[in-house]
Every structure is written in C-alpha cells, then in structure tokens.
Design a protein. Structure first.
Ligand SMILES: NC(=O)c1ccc[n+]([C@@H]2O[C@H](COP(=O)([O-])OP(=O)(O)OC[C@H]3O[C@@H](n4cnc5c(N)ncnc54)[C@H](O)[C@@H]3O)[C@@H](O)[C@H]2O)c1
Length: 439
C-alpha cells in the first residue's frame, strides 16, 4: 500500500499525470482551479450550479477579481461539469462547498454531507480527498470521513487518504492572494499529510504549514476568523461608549495605535460568510463538549446589533438638526459585506435597509460593485446604477469603505442631498467636520 501512495507522490511531482477534482466552484473553488491549471495540473471541476458551469464554458467570469482570460485559461487546462460522474477520473478531490449557518445559527452541513456522499460513490483505491470548506474542529473526521467510508466501502488510510486544508483568502485583498498565503495542511496520517502538502507545494509560493492533525487545522481556521470578529466587536462596543462620551473613536484609535503592542481594528459592520458565520461553528463545537462560549457569543451579539445602533443614531441626527423624519428619502452607498468586493452575502447593510424600511423611510442604494441584475428580487432593493442627475436626498449613509467613494468625494456626495440633510459615514472615510455621524 505504501508503494502505491508513493507512486501518487511521484505523480504529483509530474503534475501532468495527476488529475485534480474541485467540488464547488465559487469564491474558493474557482481561483483554486485557476491556480492548479496555471501550474500544469489537469482539473475537473464540478458545481451543482449549472449557470456557473455554463459561464465557465463561455470563458465568462462570475467573480469580480477573476478575469475572463483566466476563465479561458482553465477551460483549456480543465473540464467543468454539473454532472458529478466525471469526477471519478480524478486522483485527488478537493471540496470547496459552502458551510453557512441555519436560522438558529447552527452549522448547515448539507452541502458538505451531500458532496461527501457523491464522492463516496466514485471513490477509488489510492484516491486522496481534501476538505477546504471552513468547519468546526472534528467535523472532517466525525462527519465527512464516515460518509466517505460508508458510501465507498473503502477504509481510510488503507484504501484512500484524507485531509483538511483551510482556504484563507481575503476577498478584495490585492496583496494577499492564494499563492502567497501560507497553506495550512493536515492529514489523518503522516503519509496523507505529506502527500497533500506535496500537492499544494506545487501551487503555493508562500509555503506549507503542516499541523499535527486534522482538527488542529480545522480549529486554526475558525480561530483566525473568530479572533477577528471578537476584536472588531470590542472596538464596536467602545465606539458606542465613546460616542456617548463625545469622544471620537478614530482619534482614540490613532492615539492608542502609537503603542507598539496595540492591535488596530476599526469599528464597523461585520458581515460576510466568514467572520460573521465561522464563530458559530466554534460555539457549536464548544456546546457539544459542554462548554459555554460567553466571549464569542457576546461578541457576535455586539456585532449583530450594530446595524440597529447605526440606524438609531442616524435617525437621531435628523432630530438634532430639526428635520422631521416623515417621508424621508435616503441613499445608502455600499451594499457589499466589505470594501472593494461585490459579495453581498450576509451583508449587514441589508439589515440597515430592513430597519429603515420598517420605519417607513424610503431607501435607495448605490454600489458600483453590485449590478442590479445580480440582486435577488426577493430582497426588494431599490438599487440605482449611476449617480448622474441624482439629487434631493434627505440623508446618505456611506455604509462601505469602497475606495471609489473616496474618489467621488464628500463634496459630490453632499450634492446628492437637500441643503438640510444628514450624512453618516460608517467607515470614517471623510473628515468628520463634513459629516453628521460616524462610528
Ligand atoms: N469566500 C471566501 O473568501 C472564503 C475564504 C476562506 C474560506 N471560505 C470557505 O470556503 C468554503 C466555500 O466558500 P465560497 O465562498 O467559495 O462559497 P461559494 O458559495 O462562493 O461557492 C460554493 C460553490 O459550491 C457549490 N455547491 C454547493 N453545494 C454543492 C454540492 N453539494 N456539490 C457541488 N457544488 C456545490 C455552489 O453552487 C457554489 O458555486 C466555505 O466553507 C467558506 O466558509 C471562503
């Protein structure tokens, strides 16, 4: 058996002999496929979303930071299907399916379970399976591997290998890209860790970090995002306090940041499918072993309350300026969950829109990163696609720190409004003397 896996290792060195299957071609799976193809691997991609497969086949990108040229390139070096059976030709299968949460904030593992079942039906002796989706510590070994074994009737480490390697990309980040982020790699045995590490070392320039076991790698990923969420929640909490004390949070941060060991975070909306979600995976696991996650849950609560806090302060600014709130028209600039990306999944701006809508405040949105046709009609968002001839708004909330908003400038933003209006700059992009509120 060792001999066969060694042959696989040799095949990995000769990348052309190794065929990699990528399950789930979204924000993680598509760039990963491109990187493999650019490094001469043969790729077979699978996604349940037929529209995505059709777009790939037409050399069309559906992710803003991925060019049509790169999609054209993977079409040359890979094959893409919405039919799973083609994955059976692969030696290595990497799973990049979504891992969201349910309404009750519990891990929603259906895509992971469904894809593991399918892989189980085609798994061959000596195949290698790697999970990249973010999960709680223990999920790969407790949930996924038993499914693979059950559906394939093969035995882990005897017949096939398995490991976990979290994806750590940061949407919108032009500097830290897939190939220059150290890849954390784990396997259920030393052999699988080494084989998986050998594969990733062919595509990741930054290098590989091998963990002791799979659950360490799983825990490291959820910890990264949980730490960020907790840190931001602290700054969100103190920003509310400082506001009450008439202290400018950005001035406090600037001063505190002169200390060498101060960790700089800014207040804001914590959305998206990673930082807003992943802490709940850790909370779930903690509960399973009889522990309470007071700090994490408290932090999540603070971050989740921010849209309402912002709306209340925004509305209060109207009364401070003696403007009646009745029949007001508001422009929200920025819809995405963070700056300089087009992803609106779990965006907390949507919570702001819903809150203002309930208060009968009419809201229009503008975000050059989001096109109207891509917005789910169920969201009922009144989205404008250009700023030509717009005027007469009673207020603007600059909700996202897109660079383009700085280019537009506060003078122009003010020109969209009536003389007596309210401007709230959540991400503190503009000089505070030109706006009525910030965090
Ligand atoms: N987006 C990021 O920046 C990022 C960063 C780090 C980690 N992650 C993690 O990586 C995983 C994937 O995230 P993403 O942002 O790429 O999600 P995504 O929604 O953009 O892409 C997932 C893709 O999987 C497909 N899919 C769903 N169920 C499937 C199934 N059963 N079989 C095959 N395909 C299926 C979907 O159609 C979709 O195209 C998640 O666990 C996420 O938390 C994401």
């Amino acid at each position: 058996m060792t001999h066969i896996f060694l042959k696989k290792l040799n095949n990995l060195i000769d990348t052309k002999k190794c065929s990699v299957g990528i399950i789930g071609l979204g924000y993680v799976g598509l760039p990963l496929s491109i990187l493999f193809v650019k490094n001469n691997f043969k790729i077979i991609g699978f996604d349940v979303d037929k529209k995505k497969i059709a777009k790939i086949k037409k050399n069309q990108s559906y992710i803003e930071r991925i060019s049509n040229n790169d999609v054209g390139l993977i079409n040359k070096g890979g094959q893409f299907y919405s039919n799973f059976s083609n994955i059976s030709k692969c030696d290595i299968i990497i799973i990049c399916v979504p891992t969201p949460i349910t309404k009750n904030k519990k891990p929603f593992l259906k895509p992971l379970i469904e894809s593991s079942k399918l892989i189980g039906t085609i798994l061959k002796k000596n195949d290698v399976v790697v999970y990249e989706s973010t999960v709680y510590p223990g999920c790969t070994e407790e949930v996924c591997i038993p499914i693979l074994e059950k559906f394939s009737k093969l035995k882990l480490d005897l017949d096939f290998l398995c490991g976990y390697s979290p994806e750590r990309i940061n949407p919108g980040d032009k500097i830290n890209k897939l190939s220059n982020i150290i890849k954390i790699v784990s396997g259920t045995s030393i052999k699988s860790t080494n084989i998986i590490a050998s594969m990733y070392s062919k595509i990741i320039k930054a290098g590989i970090h091998k963990t002791l076991n799979v659950k360490t790698a799983e825990a490291s990923k959820v910890l990264e995002n949980t730490q960020r969420s907790v840190n931001i929640s602290l700054i969100n909490e103190v920003s509310v306090l400082f506001n009450k004390l008439n202290i400018k949070t950005n001035e406090v941060l600037e001063a505190a940041n002169t200390k060498w060991n101060f960790n700089y975070f800014t207040p804001g909306l914590v959305g998206g499918h990673c930082i807003a979600i992943d802490p709940y995976y850790l909370v779930y696991k903690a509960k399973q072993v009889g522990l309470k996650s007071n700090l994490i849950l408290g932090s999540q609560k603070i971050n989740e309350e921010m849209p309402v806090i912002i709306c209340k302060r925004f509305m209060k600014s109207f009364s401070k300026k003696n403007i009646k709130l009745k029949k007001k028209n508001i422009l929200i600039m920025g819809l995405t969950f963070k700056e300089n990306c087009s992803d609106i999944r779990e965006s907390k701006v949507l919570d702001i829109i819903n809150y203002l809508d309930k208060k009968k405040i009419s809201v229009k949105t503008y975000d050059p990163w989001v096109s109207k046709k891509d917005l789910d009609k169920k969201l009922k968002i009144n989205h404008i696609e250009n700023l030509k001839n717009i005027s007469g708004f009673d207020g603007v909330i600059i909700a996202v720190g897109h660079d383009i908003f700085k280019k537009i400038g506060i003078k122009k933003i003010k020109s969209f409004c009536k003389k007596n209006s309210v401007i709230f700059d959540i991400k503190n992009q503009f000089n505070s003397k030109y706006v009525d509120g910030t965090l």
